[in-house]
Ligand binder design. Structure first.
Ligand code: HEC
Length: 178
């Protein structure tokens, strides 16, 4: 557990440091200079976020043992993501214990029992990037930004789901026991 926890924490510290370090030693000279510095201060968090869109994670065997966010997700939110046809799109391919959903996919295993078949870490790698386990899978990588084809401009550089959303989905999937 330690190496991963340390990496995440040091990453967070590094990005937290960006703004103060950039600002030190600056002498305020004129109103326009002040305006410029304000603008940079406002833009900086966004720039830091763009550089660090994916949180670091460690793959061990066929699993990502530790949460991407350093915290457990929320199973109820995860269920919403899984059943939502705009966000997760999981039911395009999968079926599962969702009696309220009339149309469910038949291209992939039923999600019922996924939490018995796989550990939390195994589920995490399957959602993050299923192609690492099966290069010819049709399941989309939900937390990858490189090596993708034909990504619309507004989606470039962003994973399909955020790290928090991935953890919500995992928290839900582990509850799907036989
Ligand atoms: C385009 C189709 C497709 C979509 C969309 C998709 N999957 Fe999959 N998924 C698959 C296929 C096919 C497999 C079978 C293994 C493989 O091919 O990698 C699979 C495997 C899995 C497994 C392992 C299943 C098992 O028990 O063996 C889980 C869990 C899973 N998907 C969850 C999800 C979740 C959650 C989502 C949405 C966030 C999702 N999938 C979206 C096609 C899809």
């Amino acid at each position: 557990m330690e190496p991963h926890a340390v990496r995440v924490r040091s990453g967070a510290r590094a990005s937290a440091r960006v703004a103060p370090t950039g600002m030190t030693g600056v002498r305020v000279k004129s109103p326009s200079h002040v305006a410029l510095m304000l603008l940079i201060a406002v833009a900086m968090p966004a720039m830091a976020a763009a550089q660090d869109t994916l949180k670091p994670f460690t793959v061990v065997g066929d699993a990502i043992p530790f949460p991407l966010t350093g915290a457990k997700g929320d199973a109820a939110r995860g269920r919403t993501i899984v059943t939502n046809r705009q966000v997760g799109l999981c039911l395009l391919c999968h079926s599962g214990p969702f009696p309220e959903e009339p149309l469910q996919g038949t291209l992939a295993p039923d999600l019922q029992g996924a939490g018995s078949r796989w550990s939390e870490g195994q589920l995490r790698l399957r959602i993050v990037d299923a192609a690492r386990l099966n290069p010819s899978t049709i399941m989309p990588p939900y937390y990858r930004i490189d090596g993708l084809n034909r990504v619309g401009p507004s989606f470039r550089g962003k994973p399909v789901l955020s790290a928090e959303q991935i953890e919500d989905v995992i928290a839900f999937l582990v509850t799907l026991r036989d």
